[in-house]
Design a protein around this ligand. Structure first.
Ligand code: ADP
Length: 665
């Protein structure tokens, strides 16, 4: 066995590999960019080596720098994680040359599976079912149309070098095929510096189901069942689970056998994943093989009881698999949710900044949090904005999903926007509960994007009842403290009026030893819990239903977060409510004549000048965040009155970039 390994990655996956290596008694070396000097993976590792400045192209992706770190530390093997150099054959060759073990497959497998057309050809040879289509490279838009017609609409135009959902277009007619060809080519060129695209049939109502394989260097190969990853946004996975609610035993066995056959064909070693697209009749078609550890591997670990990183390390060290296919038992159910720093209510705009508060849910045998961040740490613009992977398991799918909902409720993140409201809404969605998944789920269920209306609480009065309890407890304590000072305790009344979303809720709140009994609009809520003023989380039960509710204060308002929804609730005495009714309503300032930065980022350019007349749709400015350039366009015709920020400025969210003339000048 190795005595020291280097992890050529960052973030949660580096931390996850380090954890297993440590358990196996193997010393670890982290590599890091200048921006990651204080990152969690650096702190966790036994040694750390700086490999370059913040941009990954100048640090994590520079093979020479990683090789130097290996030489300097004497690491005997390298785990590449996912992304970065994990599927880079040149890197694997460099390691081989210096006799350093690659904790992954052989060079032949990496190279063969790195290209979609090549791997599809190999899969066909291995007897694997592939998506019907045409394996040639398209020359131009005309040819794209011709071949698309032969394959039969709808079709998918795909970059051969593709990855991460990039360079992919669905076309349902000639015009879309022509247009899809051009946009797929240009995206492929800019993302992969490789503009080869091909056409295949678009599978309708597709489900993404993949098979985990594991092989040693002695010819033993097993599969570890499937994962379903059909909940995707822009072809990127959001929720994954194992097993799939869709597969029967026969389909599972057939997919497993084909995955193993393909792995055999390329002399596969280590952990790998064969991805399939499955149609509504359970016909399955090979998509691609990922020759590395997948982001979503923890759900497989839950149902198999295996540690995949440990298996990868053992295989790389030359050990034989200690079990065969018959020993692989799949038990229970696991779901994974990817927690991202992004704003689901603003078209999933990436969010960067400091995690001012960060409290993940407690880890148990059934709740796992894989993360690379910590409270006070930074979500930087240089890397993937994933905060963590949250994995919940149980004996059944319902139990796993229930635990996931509880864990999402308990996940406390402040300082950056995050997608927990969206994840919670998905987990609560009736169609998700039924297991009627497809890769179109998110577009079909949220056709206008994710809106606050999509994150409504199923019982808003429950939120009122809890806010009333918190308020009553707080008032009682304030009265007790001032009573001690003045020798006379003020009486706190039981009758209150809650204000939430413009509505009044008259209620009574009676405290008892275990919490409070609340009567609101003819409903009673027994709120139980030992919350104390100042705590940011209410954990307890409401009418015997366990709840975990996050608490923030905004002036006198209680801002409660539960089940992905947020409620701002004010509690007033009856007299206070009367006065409140007489207060003029505050009118929000009209910001429509400003162009505001929708995200924190760098103002790359201002494309217009003061006094210029602009047309709706015209480019006004470009803001860069998370390595993406976002073009801000005019929403309607108008005249630019003035410029507030200059190119090169670092913008905060909602910062003014420029101003339009108003109709009245
Ligand atoms: P990438 O390497 O970019 O991740 P994949 O080939 O794995 O690309 O495809 C990613 C996703 O795109 C799949 O999970 C699926 O949702 C969709 N997809 C790919 N090919 C097809 C197809 N032929 N028909 C329908 N959907 C497809």
């Amino acid at each position: 066995m190795f005595s020291k390994i280097l992890i050529a990655n960052r973030g949660e996956i580096a931390c996850r590999v380090i954890r297993t290596a440590r358990r196996m008694g193997i010393a670890t070396v982290a590599v890091h960019s200048a921006a990651d000097a204080a990152a969690l993976h650096v702190e966790m590792a036994d040694e750390a080596v700086l490999v370059g400045p913040a941009p990954s192209a100048e640090s994590y992706l520079v093979i020479d720098n990683i090789m130097k770190a290996i030489r300097d530390t004497g690491a005997e093997a390298v785990h590449p994680g996912y992304g970065f150099l994990s599927e880079n054959a040149t890197f694997a060759k460099a390691l081989e040359k210096e006799k350093v073990a690659f904790i992954g497959p052989g060079i032949k497998a990496i190279a063969a599976m790195g290209d979609k057309i090549e791997s599809k050809k190999l899969a066909q040879e291995a007897g694997v079912s592939t998506v019907p289509g045409h394996m040639g490279i398209l020359k131009d838009g005309k040819e794209a149309v011709k071949i698309a017609r032969e394959v039969g609409y709808p079709v998918m135009i795909k970059a051969s070098a593709g990855g991460g959902g990039k360079g992919m277009r669905v076309a349902r007619n000639d015009a879309e095929a022509e247009e899809g060809f051009h946009s797929a080519v240009s995206e492929a060129k800019s993302s992969f510096a490789d503009d080869r695209v091909f056409v295949e049939k678009y599978i309708e109502e597709p489900r993404h189901i993949e098979i985990q394989v594991l092989a040693d260097g002695h010819g033993n190969i097993v599969h570890l069942g499937e994962r379903e990853c059909s909940i995707q946004r822009r072809h990127q996975k959001v929720i994954e689970e194992a097993p799939s609610p869709f597969l029967d035993e026969a389909t599972r066995a057939a997919m497993g056998a084909q995955a193993v056959a393909l792995a055999k064909m390329v002399d596969y070693r280590s952990a790998g994943t064969v991805e399939f697209i499955v149609d509504k009749d359970r016909n399955f078609f090979f998509l691609e093989m990922n020759t590395r550890l997948q982001v979503e591997h923890p759900v497989t670990e839950y149902v198999t009881g295996l540690d995949l990183v440990e298996q990868m390390i053992r295989v790389a060290a030359g050990e034989k698999l200690s079990f065969g296919q018959a020993d692989v038992k799949l038990e229970g159910w696991a779901v994974e949710a990817r927690v991202y720093a992004e704003d689901p209510f603003r078209n999933f705009m990436p969010s960067i900044g400091r995690l001012s508060r960060y409290r993940p849910p407690e880890e148990t045998d059934d709740v796992r949090v894989d993360t690379g961040v910590y409270e006070g740490g930074e979500i930087s613009m240089y890397y993937d904005p994933m905060i963590a992977k949250l994995i919940a398991g149980g004996r059944t799918r319902d139990e796993a999903v229930g635990r996931m909902r509880g864990a999402l409720d308990a996940y406390y993140i402040r300082g950056v926007s995050h997608n927990i409201p969206f994840l919670a809404a998905l987990m609560a969605h009736p169609r998700f509960a039924e297991g009627r998944l497809s890769t179109g789920f998110i577009d079909e269920e949220y056709p206008e994007g994710f809106r606050t209306e999509d994150a409504l609480h199923d019982d808003p009065r429950l939120m009122v009842a809890v806010a009333a309890t918190l308020h009553r407890v707080t008032e009682e304590r304030a009265a007790a403290i001032s009573g001690q000072m003045h020798g006379h305790k003020r009486q706190v009344g039981d009758s209150w009026v809650a204000l939430m979303a413009g509505e009044e809720y008259p209620l009574t709140a009676v405290l008892n030893d275990h919490g409070a009994d609340i009567a609101v609009s003819g409903h009673t809520y027994a709120v139980r819990g030992d919350w104390r003023p100042g705590e940011t989380m209410f954990r307890g039960e409401v009418n015997a239903r366990p709840v975990c509710i996050q608490i923030d204060r905004d002036g006198i308002a209680w801002c409660l977060t539960h089940a992905g929804s947020q409620a701002d609730i004010k509690l007033l005495t009856e007299r206070g409510a009367e006065m409140h009714r007489m207060m003029p309503e505050k009118v929000a300032p009209d910001m429509s004549r400003y162009l505001l930065s929708p995200m924190p980022g760098l103002l790359v350019k201002v494309s217009v000048e003061a006094g210029e007349e602009v047309k709706a749709g015209q480019e006004l400015a470009v803001v860069e965040a998370m390595k993406m350039e976002n073009i801000l366009r005019a929403e309607r015709d108008g005249t630019v009155a003035g410029i507030h920020a200059q190119a090169g400025a670092s913008l905060a969210v909602d910062e003014k970039i420029l101003e339009f003339e108003t109709a009245d000048g």
